[in-house]
Ligand binder design. Structure first.
Ligand SMILES: [Zn+2]
Length: 82
């Protein structure tokens, strides 16, 4: 699966964070205070979300090749625009 391959190969450092005023989404970990402010959710952002779960919440058993749905269920994503 292409998505799983991308999640495995991209690094966290490729995530582009944007200033508060320009962020369109806040991605919040349900299990800690980690927040990502992004303008859109791309493969790189999804990879960072996966990395966070692997590194900080290993008890969840999420692997770096996990399906996107299995990663997103551990986050709250909400729009920041009014
Ligand atoms: Zn967390």
């Amino acid at each position: 699966m292409a998505v799983a391959t991308y999640l495995f190969t991209l690094s966290t450092s490729s995530v582009r964070l944007v200033p508060d005023g320009r962020a369109k989404f806040e991605i919040a970990c349900k299990r800690c205070a980690m927040r990502l402010m992004v303008d859109r959710i791309r493969v790189a952002e999804a990879a960072a979300m996966t990395d966070h779960l692997c590194e900080h919440h290993p008890e969840l058993g999420v692997s770096r090749a996990a399906a996107l749905g299995d990663v997103f269920e551990h986050y709250r994503v909400r729009p920041t625009q009014r």
